[in-house]
Write a protein that binds this ligand. Structure first.
Ligand SMILES: *Cc1c(COP(=O)(O)O)cnc(C)c1O
Length: 396
């Protein structure tokens, strides 16, 4: 008999769609895939070379659990330069990806009886991670009409004596939304007043458009900084998803607890990847602007094509590499014998009849929407957008 914990856990929903997509591809079908959760660029050459050098120099053994000192120092430099924040080595931990850092953090902070506020549309892993720690996710809806902003008033209603933390993600996956500094101030004040931890997932900090400048909530006020734990990593900014390096900064007691958890599970993140991440953070940064420039062209095209469909609206993402168009106006229509009454049904129709793979919004706590990643070639984006337009035109 499996543990209750394991029985209650669903696999990552995006993986199920990927499996079906793979099956259709294996049958020789040409699928336009918008499911990718990672940049489609190769990891830059100098980063790969740093990994090869690490192997040749024999850096192939255990490292300190929380990461090698040069990498911690590079992370400290990053926060100083990008965010105006200073951290000591004992306030930094390197983990096996941003996801692993967040998992360990939730294990370190939350337990039975705790409530954790999560905003829709959310990254799929936050609610299960909160539940795996024994705590209860409290879902707060944010709206397209409000540019997905959160105000103090919106969140205040959901705070109880059990609320222990709030999870922020900006620029966000799946919508690419960011919070105004005024609203971050409101959230920070609320956290101070109610003694909440702020978990700030800033994984897409460097993937931003139209000259937008990222502001970490921790950098706004020292009282916010004290209760904020920042999660970031090299996966998205340097196209290093497979290397599995993420990092977390915050109060040293929390970092020490995360390190204990890590020491009893994975131990250190891969030594070779740590040297590659060191090269990523300290080497030339021009790769990022090249990638972001390409993403911006694709975003502009895809948003234009989607919003040209009658009834479809779409937030113009300020960051990350996803669009989250609103298909609510089309739900309830029919395609032959099928009623398209949910975005899950729409997703199925798009995949089976129009060979286009997207992710239904319900997976992110927001029914009526679809998530499309533009971390794929312009050719695929053009083909896919045309197919979606054709699919919608064929609904009655
Ligand atoms: C991709 C992603 C992460 C974690 O990425 P890793 O591959 O584990 O480093 C964390 N948060 C968000 C919102 C993401 O999209």
């Amino acid at each position: 008999m499996l543990s209750r914990r394991a029985q209650a856990l669903k696999p990552s929903p995006t993986l199920a769609i990927n499996a079906k997509e793979k099956l259709l591809r294996a049958q020789g079908l040409d699928i336009a895939g918008f499911g990718a959760g990672e940049p489609d660029f190769d990891t830059p050459e100098h980063i790969k070379q740093a990994a090869i050098d690490a192997v040749n120099k024999g850096f192939t053994k255990y490292t300190p659990v929380a990461g090698i000192e040069p990498l911690k120092d590079a992370i400290i430099e990053k926060f100083k330069n990008d965010n105006g924040l200073t951290f000591k080595r004992e306030e930094v931990i390197v983990s096996c990806g941003g996801k692993h850092g967040l998992y360990n953090l939730f294990q370190a902070l939350f337990q039975e009886g705790d409530e954790v506020i999560i905003l829709t549309p959310y990254w799929v892993s936050y609610p299960p991670m909160v539940e795996l720690a024994g705590a209860k996710p409290v879902i707060v809806d944010t709206r397209e009409e409000d540019d997905y902003q959160v105000t103090g008033d919106l969140i205040r209603k959901y705070i109880t004596s059990k609320t222990k933390g709030i999870v922020l993600n900006y620029p966000s996956n799946p919508v690419g939304s960011v919070y105004t500094v005024e609203n971050l101030v409101q959230i920070g004040r609320l956290a101070v007043d109610h003694n909440l931890y702020i978990i700030s997932d800033e994984m897409y900090e460097k993937i931003v458009y139209d000259g937008y400048q990222h502001t970490s909530i921790a950098s706004i006020d020292s009282a916010f900084r004290e209760r904020t734990i920042i999660s970031n990593g090299v996966s998205k900014a340097y196209s290093m998803t497979g290397w599995r390096i993420g990092y977390t900064v915050g109060q040293k007691e929390i970092i020490a607890a995360m390190s204990n958890i890590q020491s009893q599970s994975t131990s250190n993140p891969t030594s070779i990847s740590q040297y590659a991440a060191l090269a990523a953070l300290t080497g030339p940064q021009d790769f990022i602007s090249m990638m972001v420039g390409e993403f911006q062209k694709r975003r502009d095209f895809l948003v234009r094509e989607l919003t040209s469909i009658p009834g479809v609206t779409c937030y113009n993402p300020r960051g990350a590499f996803y669009v989250f168009p609103n298909f609510n106006a089309l739900l309830g229509k029919r395609f032959n014998e099928r009623t398209i009454d949910s975005t899950a049904a729409l997703t199925e129709l798009l995949l089976e009849e129009f060979h286009t793979a997207v992710v239904p919004g319900a997976e992110f706590g927001k029914e009526g929407y679809l998530r499309l990643s533009f971390a794929t070639s312009m050719d695929v984006i053009k083909k896919g957008a045309e197919r979606i337009q054709k699919a919608v035109a064929s609904l009655a």
